[in-house]
Design a protein around this ligand. Structure first.
Ligand code: SAM
Length: 230
C-alpha cells in the first residue's frame, strides 16, 4: 500500500498491517480521543432514535470500533466492509455468535441484503472519502433500501491546518493521504436526492471543524414521486 499514487478508501485497508494500524490509532494512538468523542455521540444518537431495535447494519464497519455500542442497542449487528482484513480484526476484537452478528465482505454500492432488513443502518467515516458522486449516490440508495426506519451517517472533515499537518506527515512517511471528497451540505443534498430526509443532528464535536451524526429517515415525498413516476 505504500507509495501508491492514489489512496482510494476502498483499497486503503486491504492488508493486515493497515487494518491493525487503523485499530491501534483509535484504540490507544493519536485518535484515541476522537474515538471516545464519537462513541459518546453515537450513544446519544442511538438514545435519540429510541428503544433497542432488532437489527443494525454497520456499512463500512472497519475494525468494528462501534460494535459493542451498536450491539448493546440491537439484538443483531451486521458488519459490512469491503476489506476482509478489517472484518477479521473486528471479529477478533469483538466476536459475535452467528445468531447475533454477521461479518460480511461486500461493496456498499451493492449490498447483499434484503430491502428493509434493518431498523437502523449506520455508515460512519466512509461517505466523506468516496470521491465519485455516482458511487456516493449508489451507497446512499443502498443504505436507504436496506433500512426500515433510520439511516445514520456522518461527514467528517478536519480543519485546513490539521489536514496540512496530516498531509506532511503522510508524505514524510511516503504514504499518500486519503482525500476528503465531499462537504456536509453536498452529502446531505445527495441524501435527499436518494430519498431521505434529515430528522435530527447529534454533535460529534463542536469546535475545530464541527461535525455531527445525521439521523435520516425515508422521505414520504420521494415514495409518492416514485409511485407517480411508475
Ligand atoms: C475510514 S474507515 C471507517 C471504518 C469505521 N466506520 C470507523 O469509523 O472506524 C472506512 C472503511 O470503509 C471501508 N470501505 C471503503 N469502501 C467501501 C465500499 N465500497 N464498500 C464497503 N466498505 C468500504 C474500508 O475498507 C474501511 O474499513
Amino acid at each position: 500500500m505504500r507509495n501508491q499514487s492514489k489512496r482510494d478508501i476502498g483499497s486503503r485497508f486491504s492488508n493486515r498491517e493497515d487494518a491493525e494500524r487503523y485499530r491501534d490509532r483509535f484504540k490507544s494512538g493519536t485518535r484515541k480521543w476522537a474515538h471516545r468523542c464519537e462513541v459518546r455521540a453515537l450513544e446519544r444518537a442511538l438514545a435519540a432514535v429510541g428503544d433497542s431495535v432488532r437489527t443494525i447494519v454497520d456499512v463500512g464497519s472497519g475494525t468494528g470500533r462501534f460494535a459493542p455500542v451498536l450491539r448493546g442497542h440491537a439484538k443483531r449487528l451486521i458488519q459490512i466492509d469491503f476489506s476482509k482484513q478489517m472484518l477479521d480484526v473486528s471479529r477478533e476484537g469483538f466476536s459475535l455468535p452467528e445468531d447475533s452478528g454477521a461479518y460480511i465482505q461486500a461493496d456498499a454500492r451493492r449490498l447483499p441484503l434484503a430491502d428493509n432488513c434493518a431498523e437502523l443502518v449506520f455508515c460512519h467515516r466512509l461517505l466523506n472519502h468516496v470521491q465519485d458522486a455516482d458511487d456516493r449516490r449508489s451507497i446512499l440508495a443502498e443504505l436507504r433500501r436496506i433500512s426500515r426506519r433510520y439511516v445514520v451517517i456522518s461527514c467528517l472533515t478536519a480543519p485546513t491546518w490539521i489536514r496540512a499537518v496530516r498531509w506532511i506527515s503522510t508524505a514524510v512517511r511516503r504514504r499518500n493521504p486519503v482525500a476528503i471528497a465531499v462537504d456536509t451540505s453536498t452529502l446531505l443534498r445527495e441524501a435527499v436526492e436518494a430519498g431521505m430526509k434529515e430528522t435530527r443532528r447529534v454533535p460529534i464535536r463542536r469546535v475545530f471543524a464541527p461535525c455531527e451524526f445525521h439521523i435520516l429517515t425515508k422521505s414520504l415525498v420521494f415514495v409518492v414521486q416514485c409511485c407517480i413516476a411508475v
